[in-house]
Design a protein around this ligand. Structure first.
Ligand SMILES: Nc1ncnc2c1ncn2[C@@H]1O[C@H](COP(=O)(O)OP(=O)(O)OP(=O)(O)O)[C@@H](O)[C@H]1O
Ligand SMILES: [Mg+2]
Length: 247
């Protein structure tokens, strides 16, 4: 469904992605694992058009999307949930969700269809419905993460890009969010690319994974194999992982 081939992305002189190749099949959940600065966010931003690649191929279905720009990529069906759960803090939950559908309003899609999708988001995250009039900035971290995902869903994505949805959240909230991701894949066939530092939880959910180090893919395979891999265990799953990240 999505294929990156020898992608190179730069920030000025910083060569953030070095010949990255990866793919996602329809309905797959794939995770990207790697330490701080490895290039995980850059991969998501390159796919979504936020930080376009300097070279390489980016193919979604049959379209080359590397130079399309953010809005057109969203329209094709790729939605990103950015790092740090960026919700519009002064706005209500409901208004945040409306904003997630702005391209569809512009496309003159019926309000009724959009309302139905909002109800589906509320069905996935009942907490958001209870708090629909609340200012987003006053919600808890977990609730804001749910809202950020809900907003991305309002664009009716076929592929969801998630950047560290578990960051700073209590284990029970992480479980709830991961359960929703599983539901989305099962009930809607949504394809999911999940960036996580919580490698254990991510590998449990995912079908396959890629391990990144300083802008390069150094390892890939089925999640079950990565979980058993000695290097992965040592660097990302073991007791010492904190020390490695803090070096
Ligand atoms: N706007 C920017 N300007 C310059 N360099 C950047 C910029 N954004 C990222 N980088 C650099 O690109 C590299 C990859 O960063 P990226 O944010 O993709 O890492 P990451 O794997 O998401 O890390 P983290 O786990 O900390 O979120 C890093 O070396 C980072 O310093
Ligand atoms: Mg990041």
């Amino acid at each position: 469904m999505l294929r990156l081939k020898n992608i190179n992305t730069y920030y000025g002189k910083v060569h953030a992605l070095k010949n990255v190749s990866l793919h996602l099949g329809e309905g797959e959940i794939v995770t990207l694992i790697g330490a701080n600065g490895a290039g995980k966010t850059t991969i998501l931003n390159t796919i979504s058009g936020v930080t376009p690649a300097a070279s390489g191929e980016l193919i979604f279905e049959k379209d080359a999307i590397a130079t399309l720009g953010v809005d057109r990529i969203v329209k094709l069906g790729i939605s990103q949930v950015p790092e740090g759960r960026q919700v519009f803090k002064p706005l209500s939950v409901e208004d945040n969700l409306e904003l997630g559908a702005y391209l569809r309003y512009r496309g003159r899609e019926g309000k009724e269809a959009i309302r139905q999708d909002r109800d589906q988001v509320y069905a996935l995250f009942p907490r958001l419905k209870e708090r629909r009039k609340q200012q987003a900035g006053t919600m808890s971290g977990g609730e804001q993460q749910m809202l950020a995902i809900g907003r991305a869903l309002m664009a009716k994505p076929r592929m969801l890009l998630l950047d560290e949805p578990s960051m700073g959240l209590a284990p029970l909230v992480v479980q709830e969010i991961f359960r929703v991701l599983e539901t989305l894949r099962r009930e809607r066939g949504t394809t999911i690319l999940l960036v996580e530092q919580n490698a254990k939880a991510a590998l449990r959910l995912a079908d396959r994974g890629y391990v990144l180090e300083t802008g390069k893919v150094i390892l890939e395979g089925p999640a079950s194999e990565l979980m058993e891999n000695a290097d992965v265990k040592r660097a990302y799953l073991g007791k010492d992982k904190k020390e490695i990240w803090e070096r």
